[in-house]
Ligand binder design. Structure first.
Ligand code: 26Y
Length: 817
């Protein structure tokens, strides 16, 4: 079909040059004789977009012909970051584009820097969705991703005087060449109103008469696979006023108000909620969830009906994946559409629902589980509340047959939580209706079975599976660390590892080769220089690239214990200050780098950021310390900053109190980039130890089974003297702001829920061990090579293959080249 236009788009550098100039002239509307870096980016992006559209189209035609079982991945969050480099690398035409740009007087890297991040998500869960989409496309699975097209992404973090301020991220201001607006793909989504009963063909039917109608319009974001023509679609919904909504007002002549009223409705898809407790019980959040779910489910059913005259084959053709509980209303929506709209009987619809849904939870704690107040649901989605009640009634009846009248257990397992605020437990709803439930690491899945969802595990042991998260080597090595990527390909003699990650283990054979060591260290050095330049440009601080670059970047949270890191840095500073010049010669110089956002309402997390700045100011200004120790906070950590920071790190820290990090995926990115880990035995780290061995990393801290007893001890727990000393330094105002930091210090002295005091001693030992190895560069480099070599198990390709086979029952469907 594209062939009829002008033949397929050509990818040699002359054709690409022409194409870029064409877009400069006709899309960007600038003179092809004079355009700047940003305009070059826009033109380039549009040229890439044309190629993506071509492949997307072919992929869909191929899928439609083959009609395979499709996976529909439902997630309220995707952290895609930038698209340009990733797309041209996956399309296999990066070098041709770089040549084309060069001929036009531009540099690819400089042009690529013009792109802003798409930050439609908070952190781990959202970046995981993005990595998984890359793997799904690369492995040729027939998939659609669904989500929301927020107009404001995750807030921008601005630091003023060491304090975090949040600014809106209006990321669409400069246009978004990576999406295709589908004005004709739209669905109406209903809210509020009442449910009536009507007799139809002798049967009682429920008819929902809504009070508000909104239109969902599709924006398609092509996701190209690597080394394949397959390009799948991430379909994001935007809210638009519906023409059906205000007909009445128009008719009664209130034209102005009718038009004004329409505008508020667009707000549904405008803001991403930050990951804090403030979303709980908020009507807008619930509206977002339903809006997204309803449009997606209508789209899925429409696609199925395009090629099927009845629903017999529905469960053989459709798999729906719930990315956490956020999209769980999809369950009630599928039931409503099948029963009320398609008029299938309840039992038949229920049977299908139980065959199509699977559920991944990313949460470890009970407080992290979502609940919706019944009152809110009853007003916003009255029909869905009835459906959930019916599901729960049937479930409770079935359960009573199995366990009898054990009311404690029945009430724990019920989808409805009674109490001061009667609520729907979204996780219970998801578990009851899904055929498969999984956590995101082995230990997390064990915790689900033994704690969080113990009752459900005992009832349905077969539903519980374990999956270990992974990250895509395309983004986290090939795009972000081209030097390492070429080096790996050179030593393996092939680029095949980019699709077949198992090949990385071949590096183990060369782990002691001095030639590889030399080249490996050179790559790291170049990446450290790049990072040092960024640090200087951002903060004015000059750092020595001979120092160990020690990094902790992730969302700021008490359980992630950035505070432990800062206390360790204060201790190091204190030690250096008290050393004579002879001892100072033996100190391993460090550049400590911390970065991450605190949720806007999370006061303690914000104090941790301020403490980091206060300590940094003291240390960095102390001429007595010089290059022995520096501390930098990198503001506004996001995907593209991560792409710069991770390849430049020597050491990375993953300090969560055992049992608190469901998985953790940052560690996997550092591991792939040959960065050594200093970590607790928590989440995915436990599996990383199995792959690379405990002696190739620096482990410390209480183990999972030791945590409860340590907590029991409370304030009577003995903590090291050094711990009390550094906390006292903060309390006594060594870094200023002593009143402001008091409540922060109180969280770790006394109750110390996250056990900083208990783990401080072994933390310092692990740090000392890291120093010792860093002096022995040969050993360090060997450990670094073995880290990369052992990172294959943490490729999202592995995770996705596992889900495809064991959870979704889908097969690759590869569009011919
Ligand atoms: C607004 C609210 C409902 C909400 C939004 C986002 C609540 C939670 C989240 C995000 C949670 C999250 O990112 N969890 C992390 O998921 C990663 C991927 O599985 C894990 O590696 C990580 O341990 C977990 O904390």
């Amino acid at each position: 079909m594209f062939g009829l236009l002008d033949g397929f788009l050509k990818n040699d550098s002359i054709s690409l040059q022409k194409d870029i100039l064409h877009h400069v002239a006709y899309t960007v509307a600038r003179s092809p004789f004079s355009f700047d870096d940003f305009e070059a980016y826009q033109a380039l992006a549009h040229s890439v977009r044309d190629r993506l559209i071509e492949r997307c189209h072919d992929t869909q035609i191929y899928f439609n012909n083959k009609d395979p079982k499709r996976l529909y991945f439902l997630s309220l969050e995707y952290l895609m970051g930038r698209s340009l480099s990733n797309s041209v690398i996956n399309l296999g035409i990066r070098d041709q584009y770089a040549d084309a740009l060069n001929q036009l007087g531009f540099e690819f890297e400089v042009v690529a820097e013009q792109e802003g991040d798409a930050a439609l998500g908070n952190g781990g869960l959202a970046r995981l969705s993005a990595c998984q989409m890359d793997s799904l496309a690369t492995l040729d699975y027939p998939v659609w991703g669904y989500g929301l097209r927020y107009q404001y992404g995750l807030f921008r973090q601005v630091i003023v005087d060491g304090f975090q301020h949040e600014q809106p991220d209006y990321w669409l201001n400069f246009g978004n060449p990576w999406e295709i607006e589908r004005v004709h793909v739209s669905y109406t989504v209903k809210f509020y109103g009442t449910v009536k009963e009507e007799l139809r063909n002798g049967e009682n039917c429920k008819v929902w008469e809504p009070g508000e109608i909104v239109e969902a319009v599709a924006y398609d974001n092509p996701i190209p696979g690597y080394g394949t023509r397959n390009t799948i679609t991430l379909r994001l919904w935007a809210a638009k006023p519906s023409d059906q909504q205000d007909m009445e007002s128009y008719n009664t002549g209130d034209y102005i108000n009718a038009v004004l009223n329409r505008h508020g409705l667009e707000n549904i898809s405008s803001i991403l909620y930050p990951d804090d407790r403030s979303y709980q019980g908020k009507e807008l959040r619930l509206k977002q969830q339903y809006f997204f779910v309803s449009a997606s489910v209508q789209d899925i059913i429409r696609r199925f009906k395009d090629t099927h005259s009845n629903f017999d084959e529905f469960p053989e053709k459709v798999a729906l994946q719930l990315n956490d509980t956020h999209p769980s209303l999809a369950i009630a929506e599928v039931m409503r559409l099948l029963v009320d709209v398609e008029h299938l009987g309840w039992d038949r619809a229920w049977d299908m629902v139980c065959k199509i849904f699977s559920f991944t939870t990313h949460t470890v704690s009970r407080e992290g589980l979502e609940k919706i107040p019944v009152d809110l649901l009853s007003s916003l989605l009255p029909r869905h509340l009835q459906i959930i009640y019916d599901i729960n009634f049937n479930f409770m009846e079935e359960l009573k047959k199995r366990i009898g009248l054990d009311y404690d257990r029945l009430s724990r397992m019920s989808i409805i939580e009674e109490g001061a605020v009667k609520s729907i437990r979204m996780a219970n709803l998801a578990i009851v209706c899904s055929h498969t439930v999984n956590g995101v690491s082995r230990v997390h899945s064990e915790l689900l079975k033994t704690r969080l969802f113990k009752d459900f595990y005992e009832h349905w042991p077969h539903k519980f599976h374990y999956k270990t998260n992974g990250v895509t080597q395309r983004r986290w090595i090939v795009v972000s660390n081209p030097g390492l990527s070429s080096l790996i390909s050179k030593w393996l003699g092939t680029e095949a590892w980019i699709r077949n990650i198992d090949l990385l283990t071949v590096l183990q054979e060369h782990a002691s080769d001095p030639d590889l060591h030399r080249e490996w260290k050179m790559v790291k050095k170049v990446n450290k220089m790049r990072l040092a330049e960024y640090i200087e440009a951002m903060s004015g601080l000059k750092v020595s690239i001979d120092a160990m670059f020690d990094v902790q970047t992730k969302r700021i949270h008490e359980y992630k214990r950035q505070l432990l890191n800062i206390l360790g840095i204060i201790h190091r500073y204190d030690c250096i200050k008290n050393m004579d010049s002879k001892d100072r010669k033996r100190v391993v110089p460090r550049v400590c780098i911390i970065g991450g956002k605190a949720a806007p309402g999370y006061e303690i997390a914000k104090k941790i950021i301020k403490l980091c700045y206060a300590v940094a100011e003291k240390i960095n200004d102390d001429s007595d310390i010089g290059d022995l120790l520096k501390l930098v906070f990198i503001p506004d950590y996001n995907v593209s900053v991560a792409e710069l920071v991770i390849p430049g790190a020597d050491l990375s820290q993953h300090l969560s109190t055992a049992g608190h990090e469901a998985s953790g995926t940052g560690s996997m990115k550092f591991l792939m980039n040959g960065c050594l880990l200093l970590a607790t035995e928590d989440g995915s780290t436990i599996e990383i130890i199995e792959e690379i061995g405990a002696d190739n990393m620096f482990l410390f801290g209480a183990k999972l089974h030791e945590v409860p007893a340590l907590r029991e001890e409370g304030p009577s727990l003995k903590v090291p003297l050094q711990f009390s000393r550094v906390v006292r330094m903060i309390r006594e105002g060594h870094f200023g702001y002593e009143d402001y930091f008091k409540s922060l210090c109180d969280t770790i002295e006394g109750r110390d829920h996250y056990l900083l005091g208990a783990d401080f001693g072994s933390y310092l030992e692990a740090q000392a061990a890291a120093d010792k190895v860093f002096v022995d560069q040969e050993k360090w480099t060997r450990m670094s090579i073995l880290s990369t070599a052992g990172s294959g198990r943490f490729s999202s390709d592995k995770t996705i293959e596992d889900y495809a086979e064991k959870t979704w029952g889908i097969q690759p469907c590869r569009c011919p080249l």
